[in-house]
Design a protein around this ligand. Structure first.
Ligand code: ZN
Length: 327
């Protein structure tokens, strides 16, 4: 078979599948609502995050919004979804839209699109990154890994030798997810030499205070994603309070709006403890996690599952939204 025919057949199949996914989405409305979780959207001088932070080109986000509209679905902020559920509305047509971390390229790659479509979304910001002239600890690590990964991993192995939390498995995962926060900071100071270009990188990557005010003024919901993006089980009581409670107060002052929703850093069940969850419940009306499922109004609003989006084709999103097994 010629290459042209093979391509023609593949194209035909893709069209068939995408047509089928769209038909399914129009005909089938599984119970509850999907909440989509995006991270980096829009261009920026931050290629070092690629592969470690999911990236969505603005054109892809536009396709997603077009798909939702043509299927008769209503994209909305997490708070609006909960309000709809609270009124007893049918949430099967609702799709929550959320963006995690606080990336500056959202201002050009996301906000104009949402304004054009008249859509509100929830922006979960890492409070300590807003207007910062230092990269968040994990972004410093990723940047340095990109520059000289082998050398850095060798000094990391050396620095964590004999530490109880690094006895098993990958030392990088141990440092990110299991090291007590103070020890993690100490190891990072040791293995990451000062970088004079970091301030410029941080200003290009993160939202400024003015950006946060602009998002809020444009009607977007501001949520909190912690102070430093630490995995909450690695924190002592005082630091946990700073990450969950004090961060909320600063974001509220910056945005000039209430901040009543939280998104767990890293999001999975291993990044929550009973102590962390009870503090989150006492501080926020809702919280998002990253379990890949739909949210139904009979479930707690403090563990709203989300479907992670990257450069996800529209047909795949249609498929996910129509799929009853994701419920
Ligand atoms: Zn995050």
């Amino acid at each position: 078979m010629s290459a042209r025919r093979v391509l023609g057949t593949l194209w035909g199949r893709a069209r068939w599948w995408s047509g089928r996914a769209m038909r399914l989405l129009r005909e089938r409305r599984p119970r509850g609502a999907a909440v989509l979780c995006y991270h980096r959207v829009g261009a920026g001088d931050d290629e070092y995050l690629d592969g470690r932070v999911p990236a969505t080109p603005p054109g892809r986000l536009e396709e997603h919004l077009r798909l939702l509209r043509s299927a008769g679905l209503r994209p909305m902020a997490v708070g609006d979804l909960l309000a709809a559920a609270g009124r007893g509305d049918d949430t099967r047509d609702c799709v929550g839209l959320s963006f995690d971390d606080g990336f500056r390229p959202w201002m050009t790659g996301v906000l104009p699109l949402l304004k054009k479509e008249g859509v509100r979304a929830t922006f979960y910001l890492v409070e300590g990154s807003v207007g910062a002239d230092r990269l968040l600890w994990h972004h410093r690590l990723y940047r340095r890994l990109q520059q000289d990964g082998e050398e850095l991993l060798a000094s990391l192995r050396d620095a964590v030798r004999n530490r109880p939390w690094a006895r098993e498995g990958d030392p990088l995962a141990a440092l990110k997810f299991r090291a007590p926060a103070a020890e993690r900071a100490e190891v990072l100071e040791r293995i990451l030499p000062p970088d004079p270009s970091e301030a410029e990188a941080a200003r290009a990557l993160y939202l400024s205070g003015d950006d946060v005010r602009t998002l809020a003024r444009e009607g977007m919901e501001i949520g909190c994603h912690g102070r430093s993006h630490a995995s909450l089980p690695t924190l002592d009581g005082e630091t946990l309070r700073a990450e969950v409670v004090e961060s909320q107060a600063r974001l509220r002052d910056l945005a000039g709006t209430p901040v009543s929703t939280f998104s767990y850093p890293f999001g999975g069940p291993e990044h929550r403890t009973e102590a962390a969850e009870s503090l989150v419940r006492a501080t926020y009306a809702s919280a998002c996690v990253t379990d890949f499922a739909r949210w139904t109004p009979d479930r707690t609003p403090h563990r709203i599952p989300r479907l992670g989006m990257a450069d996800t084709p529209a047909w795949e999103l249609a498929w996910l939204l129509a799929h009853p097994r994701i419920s």
